[in-house]
Design a protein around this ligand. Structure first.
Ligand code: ZN
Length: 298
């Protein structure tokens, strides 16, 4: 089992948004997360969420405390996630900087440092590069450009062509569904399960996140069969690159309560900066159990 920072986005003017994921989940129950921040990749670390965040995957650092003031955005800021699994085992994510680059160069004394022994479940960086995983924007100079582009796109969505959507992120950790989960095959053995909506995790989806997005071209495919016409409404939806949206997530257009399943995603890059994501979605039929998930439509 591993906790990984999936996305880190410096947000205008001085916020940092973090999104994480849990990989190779082997436990069921409550997962608690602590977001830790430091001015150096080796620590010392400040726990920004002393009470812990339970069964969630997002955090916004307002960078408004005393420590944040000393960590100006000109310098680098590092984050890591401490995850406490249902078994109370602790896991540390690799360390990321504001560009999503993982560059945790272990200090020599660290393995023997009783203040921070290397946790057994933390994966170690490549000894040659110090980088463990998924390097993203490699050029730190592009950070400002990215922030400006994100800001412009956000303003365009807000004032011009954006619509409010609720994002339902498909659960990938938590408590396993007792109605339908088969631990032998790791799959749901009951179709139409309304306890987990086929995800095998109780609740099916995380609490809705309200975002702005715009609908691109829409295409209705009509299949004519003896029973009548069957419309499949496919569309493309464009949104900012945070939070990261994946296949299997659901987008709810709040005004009409139209629900779309994300089937494919595209990441256009300008130079090496990703600022938005384009999603191919298809509308769920009104009879779909996913319409039972509660979303604030007002
Ligand atoms: Zn189920």
């Amino acid at each position: 089992m591993r906790a990984v920072v999936e996305q880190i986005t410096p947000w205008h003017p001085t916020k940092v948004k973090l999104q994480w994921t849990v990989e190779d989940v082997t436990e069921s129950g409550n997962f608690t997360f602590h977001v830790e921040r430091s001015g150096s990749s080796g620590g010392p670390w400040t726990d920004l969420t002393p009470a812990g965040l339970v069964n969630t995957f997002l955090f916004e650092d307002p960078l408004d405390d005393e420590e944040a003031n000393t960590l100006s955005l000109v310098r680098d800021i590092y984050y890591r996630i401490r995850m406490i699994a249902p078994s109370t085992c602790e896991f540390y994510s690799p360390v990321v900087n504001l560009d999503g680059l993982v560059e945790h160069t272990m200090m020599d004394e660290e393995p023997g440092n009783p203040a921070r022994p290397i946790p057994a479940a933390q994966f170690e960086p490549d000894p040659a590069t110090g980088i463990t995983r998924r390097p993203r924007t490699r050029d730190a100079r592009l950070r400002l450009i990215k922030r400006t582009m994100l800001r412009n796109m956000y303003l365009m969505l807000k004032h011009l062509n954006g619509i409010e959507y609720a994002l339902l992120k498909r659960r990938h950790f938590g408590t396993r569904c007792e109605e339908c989960y088969d631990p032998n095959t790791n799959e749901s053995i009951k179709s139409g399960c309304t306890s987990c909506f086929g995800t095998t995790w109780v609740g099916g989806y995380f609490d809705p996140i309200y975002i702005l997005a715009r609908r691109l071209a829409s295409q209705v495919n009509t299949n004519v069969s003896p029973q009548g016409k069957d419309d499949i409404n496919k569309a493309r939806i464009q949104t900012l690159d945070f939070p990261h949206i994946e296949e299997g997530d659901i987008l709810v257009e709040r005004v009409h309560n139209q629900r779309f399943l994300v089937q494919q995603r595209y990441f256009p890059h300008v130079k090496t900066i990703s600022t938005h994501q384009t999603l191919a979605v298809s509308e769920l039929p009104r009879s779909a159990p996913e319409y039972k998930i509660s979303v604030d439509l007002s």
